[in-house]
Design a protein around this ligand. Structure first.
Ligand SMILES: Nc1ncnc2c1ncn2[C@@H]1O[C@H](COP(=O)(O)OP(=O)(O)OP(=O)(O)O)[C@@H](O)[C@H]1O
Ligand SMILES: Nc1nc(=O)c2ncn([C@H]3C[C@H](O)[C@@H](CO)O3)c2[nH]1
Length: 215
């Protein structure tokens, strides 16, 4: 299983579709537009941060179990990033220490079950899409989900800066599997076919060097 990581609007869903088609495998997506808790969270983060987190954790576990059935299936965000989001929100006062404790213990418990439930514990490769704040905002505007727009809620400017800052340290410390970075500012793999070729070649090279066989 290949896992994509990156901040909001980095292009994970787009790359998951492209990469799974390229490899002839299946993509597994984070539930967003049909997620009933997400709009509630953006409207009242303090009230809904914990519920949203449990929702994502449950869905992610389900996706991982399915995606792990093939080496080259593509998952469009890692379970470790869910934890990053939650701890950031908790540090912003949107979850109590008790909620954090319950979440961390539940996550730990679920991770211990993964090798049995999914036959494997870690992804074969993590592909991190790295983007700047400006790119992030452009993509969020392009996609146009109301509740994500800083124009509607100016406090999101700080939220997004904080999130991006945490992602840098997160990627540097990530050591659950082999990892690689894609420059999402430089390569417009959604609209530019030449850029897409370069990005796919970078991933193919990494997969080959890791001995993950292409279909
Ligand atoms: N490399 C790219 N070049 C140009 N546009 C892009 C690129 N990547 C993504 N986009 C556009 O940015 C928007 C967000 O992309 P996408 O939904 O793939 O992001 P995501 O990382 O899955 O976001 P989220 O974490 O919020 O689910 C979409 O409109 C998409 O078409
Ligand atoms: N609070 C919180 N915790 C998560 O684990 C999490 N994962 C994703 N998201 C939000 C970001 C995008 O708006 C949208 C799509 O990625 O969902 C999250 N929000």
């Amino acid at each position: 299983m290949i896992v994509l990581s990156g901040t909001i609007g980095a292009g994970k869903s787009s790359l998951a579709t492209i990469l799974s088609e390229h490899l002839g495998t299946e993509a597994f997506y984070e539930q967003v537009d049909d997620n009933p808790v997400l709009p509630l969270f953006y409207a009242d983060p303090k009230k809904y941060a914990f519920l949203l987190q449990i929702y994502f954790l449950n869905k992610r576990f389900e996706s991982i179990k399915q995606a792990m059935s093939d080496d080259n299936n593509v998952l469009d965000r890692s379970i470790y990033e869910d934890s990053l989001f939650f701890h950031m929100n908790a540090d912003m006062g949107r979850a109590t220490p008790q909620e954090v404790k319950v979440y961390d213990e539940l996550l730990d418990n679920m991770m211990q079950e993964l090798p049995y439930a999914a036959a494997k514990k870690a992804p074969d490769l993590l592909v991190h899409i790295d983007i700047s704040y400006d790119t992030m905002i452009k993509r969020i505007e392009k996609r146009g989900r109301d509740y994500e727009q800083p124009e509607q809620d100016p406090s999101l400017v700080e939220y997004y800066h904080e999130l991006l800052g945490r992602y840098d340290g997160w990627y540097d410390n990530y050591d659950y599997s082999p990892k690689m970075k894609i420059d999402g500012d430089k390569y417009d793999f959604v609209e530019n076919p030449d850029d897409l070729k370069i990005v796919l070649a970078q991933i193919d090279k990494e997969l080959a060097s890791r001995g993950v066989v292409e279909k």
